[in-house]
Design a protein around this ligand. Structure first.
Ligand code: TXA
Ligand code: MG
Length: 321
């Protein structure tokens, strides 16, 4: 049985006790719900892969209450320090060289000599991390290949019975995962667009290379094309819609769809990002009930948080076998 814990002092204390015992606890962050384990406990970390049915080669993000704690496990260069000072706590993950004396399980790095670290901008998550006092490894709290969870209910839909508890802090305000930036090489490389915009990063560290034009090696396995997958096929850039389609609307909805989810009537990218995964889940459920065959998605502008939204939508639209 998975316990549902309130985001109060008693709930946080219970979550800490479970983490200390090597159990898995899901917790809300500003981006999505994480599936947390004590990052220094190999068995607990292995439990994450098992619970998610996640391929072994995918490394995990380590969560900390502040930059000092994070930089005790990795070697922070000047860029990392500047970004941490301006954008942490916040939806930004930095990939940096591991310190040889770090107690973080090697499984968290999936064998690499780097570690992804982040300080979430979320009161409950920070209280949990502070009270626990050890790094928490946490991928998004969904089964591998499924859409990320932005409410405790979403977490339970995928992982009920597979994890010890969910600390319910309501819905996640940002709604898309953190931006992942690799600072372990000579030049910074954007591995995953996310809650912090490229514009905000470039204001601090100058122009960025993206994973596509970098080495050609798949450096962030989370970028596997099929990572974000609703059950239904997805049709992007829809300018019309059929009665047998569900519509993910951005701005005022097109008419004629069999079901509609409104990301943002005002065409606000922040609101759309926050509602994206809930929308895909809702339309999947509506479509199953109504016999619809596809999700049509209205165009979302490719700027600011729209980049992260389009990245997730492109993955959702990638054909699966
Ligand atoms: O917002 C988020 O980042 C959420 C919340 C829970 O913090 N977490 C999350 O974790 O999205 P996950 O495991 O679903 O995605 C982690 C991403 C993956 O793309 C992974 O490949 C990449 O970070 N990553 C982790 N460690 C890495 C490393 N050492 N080198 C390169 N990429 C790494
Ligand atoms: Mg994920």
């Amino acid at each position: 049985m998975t316990q549902l814990l309130h985001a109060d002092a008693a709930g946080i204390a219970r979550a800490v006790a479970l983490l200390r015992a090597g159990e898995l606890v899901s917790f809300g962050t500003e981006t999505v719900y994480g599936l947390g384990a004590d990052a220094t406990n190999d068995r607990a970390v292995a439990g994450i892969f098992a619970a998610k049915r996640r391929p072994r080669f995918n490394p995990l993000i380590c969560h900390y209450p502040d930059a000092d704690a994070a930089f005790a496990d990795v070697v922070a260069n000047t860029r990392a320090q500047r970004l941490a000072a301006t954008l942490w706590p916040g939806p930004l993950t930095l990939v940096l060289p591991r310190r040889p004396d770090s107690g973080v399980s090697l499984l968290v790095s999936a064998g690499a000599d780097t570690l992804a670290v982040r300080v979430p901008a979320h009161d409950t998550a920070l209280a949990l991390l502070r009270e626990f006092g050890c790094p928490v490894a946490a991928p998004s709290a969904n089964l591998s290949g499924k859409v990320s969870a932005t409410t405790a209910r979403h977490v339970l839909d995928g992982l009920s019975g597979r994890i010890a508890a969910v600390l319910d802090s309501g819905s996640c305000p940002v709604g898309v995962e953190s931006t992942v930036l690799d600072l372990s090489g000579a030049a910074p490389v954007l591995l995953r667009p996310g809650g912090v915009t490229v514009e905000a990063l470039e204001a601090v560290v100058g122009s960025l290379r993206t994973g596509d034009d970098a080495s050609g090696v798949l450096r962030s396995p989370g970028l596997l094309a099929s990572h974000y997958a609703p059950r239904l096929p997805v049709r992007l850039e829809a300018v019309d819609v059929q009665p047998d389609e569900a519509l993910l609307a951005f701005g005022p909805p097109l008419s004629g769809a069999g079901a509609v989810f409104r990301l943002s009537d005002k065409a606000d990218l922040t609101e759309a990002a926050a509602r994206l995964f809930a929308g895909l889940r809702q339309l999947d459920a509506d479509a199953a009930a109504l016999g619809l065959i596809r999700i049509a998605v209205m165009p979302v502008p490719h700027r600011g948080l729209g980049r992260a939204v389009n990245d997730r939508l492109r993955r959702a639209a990638t054909p699966r076998s």
